[in-house]
Write a protein of this length. Structure first.
Lengths: 415, 310
């Protein structure tokens, strides 16, 4: 039995290798095949439409969209790159980017972009900055996301609390969460997970703090940053959020969709999923994140990047430029999947879900901050639960947790 | 009779000469070549590279630098490594509790006349189900707020728990799933062992007045011991390699229990594929190999005391 299993596994591996080999090399009729790896089933139709639009213009190129499951995406990509079998084009995230850029795994398309006359000003500068290494371009932004308050109008109405608005401060958010929390009904005012991008990074910058200082070292233990963490830990201390254990068993977004939490601070990328829930749709509202000392939201975005070891660098560069270009952006916007990065194409996204006040996310670009990235980001962000969890659970003060985490981050950065 | 015995060898000899392309051993090697190539490519070569990498500092991409036994000394001084080793040991111990359970169940299934196959299929289903799908279902069962388990417990007045988000329970909760998943394969092995026990032994012993329980301990268990031994060895090996259940059931950024519940292979995955520290990951893999080897050798030593071969 065990041997049988192994042989099946071996055959599967060989079959996979053979398949990858074929897709990389293309046929003998001069036709070039490019693979394009993504992790989103939601976005697959839009990505295929973009691939088709590209093939119409380049009849000799065949683009194959592959969806890899998210939990395996990065290990598959890394193993593929190390084994020279990586997909030609793929989605890249800012915290993974430095390792790939430094490891020379990404196709440098600086010259191709220049030759094609691409206007870089068409992309949000904060997103371009996320992927800037020595002034070289290793891809172009596909989309971007900012954060806001997703709130449940029905729960606000029931509690007699006015909806969040653009003048909200932290105190307003806290007061509202208090009024909205109704243990008898199993309703909490807010979901307070340990969430960098949608949660505590935003509040750290709103309080005037920074995660990584100008000298490249962690500053998550500054008084401002600690205040930013405290915004969340206090929600737990006051019982205004489901506990961390509850949020571990049931994701915050699911709690929001189950109408168990009235507010969920998170990204524009949930729009399509929330909109797709017919029962929930009429109750969903969007507002800007509350401000403290200042307004701030993280901005991040996916990069369409290419593999340096591709057999077809010229065609790949053409595809990457197209996939992040205006025509592709319009296709993405219409699908409602994400906010396209290209200038003035966001209207299509807003029009796709007119009942939601999604303009909040586009306007947020004006006060957005690039997601803080430094050194081996995937390594130190992986430590956040271990160090910040005790503060969220009330076992440690936010200040102590912040100091311990700060030391741990700096240790990773010093390696 | 004489001609019958004499003719086959001569026929063989002529056929071999007629083939004549390769000397006799050559054919043998040619026949096993596909298996050998697979073995070398999929097991021997990866093992050698892993062994080599465990003495190097290997970045995410590109060649590594030789660092001697640094990875191993780091490993021995790493609290997380020791904790992972303890977790894996605890998980293995829990899974071994599944062996007596499997023996009893296998014996009971043998008693079933009609419908025995149905029971076998039912118990075997988890084995052929994707571990990820299994883990997802168990995640729902263990959910602290809406889970089936807590609901059932509430009916009998037992307070519910966050089974996979509270480090007090995680390894046990995962262990139960592990037992459930491995039960089917154990039942097959033990069932085959039971069927090999000659019926006349039972008949003879019942004539001597032995009851069912006495028969189980005096006949079934001793004669089943080789199968039990096999099941035990396989259980220990697969339990020490457990990764997927933790990966699917516990992995959430909000799960503070995960840090205390990592198994040795989960730690390996995290080091090698999340943190891109392949040298350190390789060292973990080599240490795990040695642990499994030691555990297996120990079991083979101990078997002399309790395994009965007739």
């Amino acid at each position: 039995m065990r041997h049988g299993k192994r042989w099946i596994a071996a055959a599967a591996v060989l079959a996979t290798l053979a398949a990858t080999g074929c897709s990389g090399s293309g046929g003998g009729d001069g036709k070039v095949t490019l693979s394009y790896a993504t992790w989103s089933d939601d976005q697959k139709p839009a990505m295929e439409a973009i691939a088709e639009a590209f093939e119409d213009k380049h009849p000799n190129i065949d683009v194959q969209v592959q969806v890899l499951p998210w939990p395996e995406y990065w290990s598959t990509l890394q193993v593929g790159a190390a084994g020279r079998t990586a997909p030609d084009a793929f989605w890249m995230l800012a915290d993974q980017f430095p390792a790939y850029a430094k490891g020379k795994q990404l196709l440098d398309i600086t010259d191709a972009v220049k030759a094609a006359g691409v206007d870089l000003a068409a992309y949000p500068k904060a997103v371009l900055d996320l992927y800037d290494v020595d002034g070289k371009l290793y891809g172009l932004p596909k989309d971007f996301d900012t954060n806001g308050i997703w709130f449940n109008k029905a729960l606000f109405d029931k509690a007699g609390v006015p909806y969040p608005n653009e003048n909200w401060t932290w105190d307003d958010a806290r007061a509202a969460a208090r009024k909205l929390t109704n243990p008898a009904a199993g309703v909490w005012g807010i979901a307070a997970p340990i969430d960098r991008q949608g949660g505590y990074y935003n509040s750290i910058y709103q309080a005037g703090g920074k995660v990584i200082g100008d000298d490249g070292k962690a500053t998550i233990d500054s008084p401002e940053a600690i205040a930013g963490l405290q915004f969340w830990t206090q929600m737990h201390a006051d019982g205004l959020s489901p506990t961390l254990k509850q949020l571990s068993d049931t994701e915050a977004v699911q709690m929001f969709m189950d109408q168990k939490v009235a507010m969920y601070f998170s990204g524009s990328f949930w729009a399509q999923r929330l909109y797709g829930d017919q029962a929930l749709r009429p109750h969903v509202g969007v507002a800007p994140l509350p401000k403290a000392k200042q307004r701030a939201t993280m901005i991040s975005g996916i990069l369409n990047a290419g593999y340096a070891g591709t057999k077809h660098p010229k065609e790949l560069a053409e595809f990457l430029i197209f996939a992040s270009g205006k025509e592709a952006a319009v296709i993405q916007a219409k699908s409602g999947a994400v906010l396209p990065a290209y200038r003035d194409t966001q209207q299509g996204w807003l029009d796709a879900m007119p009942e939601f006040n999604l303009k909040v996310f586009v306007d947020a670009v004006a006060y957005s901050v690039p997601l803080p990235i430094a050194g081996d980001a995937a390594k130190w962000t992986g430590l956040e639960t271990q160090y910040l969890g005790p503060a969220w659970e009330g076992k440690q003060s936010p200040a102590d947790a912040a100091r311990a985490y700060n030391t741990a981050i700096n240790e990773v950065l010093a390696q | 009779m004489t001609t019958d015995v004499a003719s086959p060898p001569s026929r063989q000899r002529t056929r071999r000469r007629g083939g004549g392309l390769l000397p006799a051993p050559g054919w043998g090697y040619l026949m096993i070549a596909p298996a050998l190539v697979g073995l070398v490519a999929l097991y021997v070569w990866p093992f050698l590279t892993t062994f080599g990498k465990s003495f190097m500092d290997v970045p995410a991409f590109g060649p590594g630098t030789f660092t001697g036994v640094d990875n191993y000394t780091d490993l021995l001084g790493d609290d997380r490594f020791w904790q992972a080793l303890r977790n894996s040991a605890l998980y293995t111990a829990i899974l071994l509790l599944g062996v007596p359970l499997a023996i009893v169940l296998a014996a009971l299934i043998e008693q079933v006349g009609r419908g025995r196959a149905l029971y076998r299929v039912l118990f075997f289903l988890p084995v052929v189900t994707l571990p990820v799908a299994v883990s997802m279902v168990w995640r729902f069962i263990y959910n602290g707020d809406f889970g089936l388990l807590n609901y059932v417990l509430s009916l009998v007045g037992v307070p519910g728990q966050y089974w996979v988000a509270d480090a007090t329970f995680t390894i046990y909760a995962v262990g139960v799933v592990g037992i459930w998943m491995s039960l089917g394969i154990n039942l097959i092995i033990l069932g085959a062992g039971l069927q090999a026990i000659p019926q006349d032994l039972y008949e003879a012993s019942s004539l001597d007045g032995a009851g069912r329980v006495r028969q189980f301990f005096r006949i079934t268990l001793p004669l089943l011991s080789p199968s039990v031994f096999l099941v035990t060895v396989l259980t220990v090996i697969s339990a020490l390699q457990m990764f997927d259940l933790i990966f699917v059931m516990l992995r959430s950024v909000n799960n503070t229990a995960l840090a205390d519940s990592k198994t040795i292979v989960y730690l390996f995955y995290e080091k090698a594929f999340v943190e891109f520290d392949q040298g350190y990951g390789a060292a973990i893999a080599i240490v795990l190999l040695m642990v499994i080897m030691a555990a297996t050798i120990l079991q083979f030593r101990l078997q002399r005391r309790w395994v009965f071969y007739d």
